[in-house]
Design a protein. Structure first.
Length: 497
């Protein structure tokens, strides 16, 4: 016994669509935020490098071409040079301009600053160890990684003559504030992304619900369908793929409804047709006496009924096979030879005035062609099935005509390329009210044409199944003015070599 707990939990298509949408958006927004932060940090590094290069370049130019405003001569004292330069410069936020002058005895170098506060935890001009490391470094630029924060620096070394102490101009930049701004932008982007995901979740849930509503309706309708009720249909709205799915499902329901209706009718008719011979056989066997002549007559009647039942069963099996895609296997066939073979076989069905109407080509002859030449058209059809259908039509004509009546068999190629194979008789014809039903299973004509027939009403149904098994094929009933009936197999897609 299956319980509710044993049924595996299934995630609906609506939830799966929403989850995939959220995952994709989350990855995309996270990638955008991370990329933006990376670009901002790279811009900070480039800005610091440009600033350091600019400041050191300006000092180098001043050192090479500047003059002391007091004496009007070139600077000879490094300390005086640094002081004058620092007085004329304005540093950016987070930037320090420092002059360092060496001392004897291994002491830390003296410094000259602009006397402004730097909004960092420990500026370079207050960090003696860091200042000494920068002054002693043989490099022109570098980075100091300190617990109090990173420092990016560049310096221009001054080597005066005349025994003056060595000095250096140092530009130091604290990138913490710039990087904090980049991190702030990153956090804002993350917050905006979270809000966007929430909005997307709500909108996606609503939109997915509207899009998948027909799918849910299809599922609901499918669960409510039974063999007894196939009348429910899904309303089709719009022109998208979901509407196409609903239309396809409705078409499938139409086919199922027709198939079940035909199946029920088929079973009812088959039961009725088989019940009659069974009743006859049973009645004769129950009433059969000991008289040898009576026994012989009973055996003859029973054998005849059993043969009729066998024919009904064979016809039913053939009609069942007609639903298979391989019921017919078309191949190249010469139409004139096929018509002649059918005529030879049909002549043995009864003593009638058989007439062979050879293959006729009704298409316009091409310029220069011989008008008397025999047209050897090659068509693509199943030779065995078409022969079976034509013989059945000939048998049907024999059953509904008297001895010596004329029956004509022939074929022709029409102007539009279609091919017709026909059997025409001079019997009583078909009543107008019967023309629409005689091709159905277990349906016979009225007494005017059907009184002489003893079949089960499956012959013309088999003919129609064979005709419609070919692409574009069909069977038609034509009633000539002179009387009788003409049954025509039409093959729409004939080809010629």
């Amino acid at each position: 016994m299956t319980t509710a707990d044993s049924v595996p939990h299934r995630i609906s298509a609506r939830v799966r669509i929403l989850l995939w949408l959220l995952v994709v958006m989350a990855v995309a927004l996270a990638a955008v935020a991370a990329t933006t932060r990376s670009i901002l940090l790279r811009d900070v590094d480039h800005r610091v490098e440009r600033l350091l290069a600019q400041e050191t370049g300006e000092f180098t130019a001043f050192f090479e071409r500047g003059v002391d405003p007091t004496t009007g001569a070139r600077f000879r004292d490094p300390e005086r040079l640094l002081r004058v330069f620092l007085e004329r410069q304005y540093a950016d936020p987070g930037e320090e301009l420092i002059g360092l002058v060496g001392r004897t005895g291994g002491r830390a170098p003296a410094q000259l600053t602009q006397g402004r506060d730097i909004p960092v935890r420990l500026p370079l001009h207050r960090d003696t160890d860091a200042r000494a490391a920068v002054f002693a470094s043989p490099h022109r630029s570098g980075t100091l990684d300190r617990p109090q924060g990173e420092i990016r620096w560049a310096k221009v070394r001054i080597v005066p003559g005349g025994g003056a102490p060595e000095a250096a101009f140092v530009v130091a930049f604290h990138p913490e504030r710039e990087r904090e701004m980049a991190d702030t932008v990153f956090q804002i982007l993350l917050a905006i992304s979270a809000v966007a995901l929430l909005l997307t979740c709500g909108i996606g849930w609503a939109v997915a619900g509207r899009i998948l509503a027909p799918v849910r309706l299809v599922r609901t309708t499918a669960t409510q369908l039974t063999e007894q009720d196939l009348t429910r249909r899904i309303p089709v709205r719009g022109h998208d793929d979901i509407a196409a799915l609903a239309g396809t499902f409705n078409a499938m329901l139409d086919r199922l409804e027709r198939a079940f209706a035909a199946q029920r009718q088929f079973v009812d008719d088959a039961g009725h047709e088989l019940r009659t011979p069974i009743t006859i056989v049973r009645g004769h066997l129950e009433l059969m006496g000991d008289d040898p002549a009576e026994r012989e007559e009973t055996v003859r009647l029973v054998t005849d009924e059993l043969d009729r039942m066998s024919r009904i069963v064979e016809d039913l099996l053939l009609l069942a096979k007609s639903e298979r895609p391989d019921f017919v296997t078309p191949g190249p066939v010469r139409l004139a030879e096929l018509t002649a073979d059918v005529y030879v076989k049909a002549r043995t069905l009864g003593e009638r005035d058989w007439v062979f109407d050879g293959h006729t080509d009704l298409r316009p002859a091409p310029p220069g062609a011989d008008a008397d030449a025999d047209a050897e058209d090659v068509v693509h059809l199943d030779e065995q099935r078409v022969t079976q259908a034509m013989v059945q039509l000939a048998q049907n004509a024999v059953q509904h005509t008297v001895q010596g009546a004329r029956i004509t068999l022939g074929s022709r190629t029409l102007a539009d390329g279609a091919v017709e194979l026909y059997v025409a008789d001079t019997g009583p014809g078909v009543q107008p009210q019967d023309a629409e039903v005689i091709f159905e299973r277990f349906r016979r004509g009225t007494a005017r044409r059907g009184a002489r027939g003893s079949g089960a009403g499956l012959g013309l149904a088999i003919v129609r199944a064979i005709a419609e098994g070919h692409p574009g094929g069909r069977v038609e009933l034509r009633s000539p003015e002179a009387g009788g009936a003409t049954f025509v197999l039409v093959m729409e897609r004939a080809t010629t070599p």
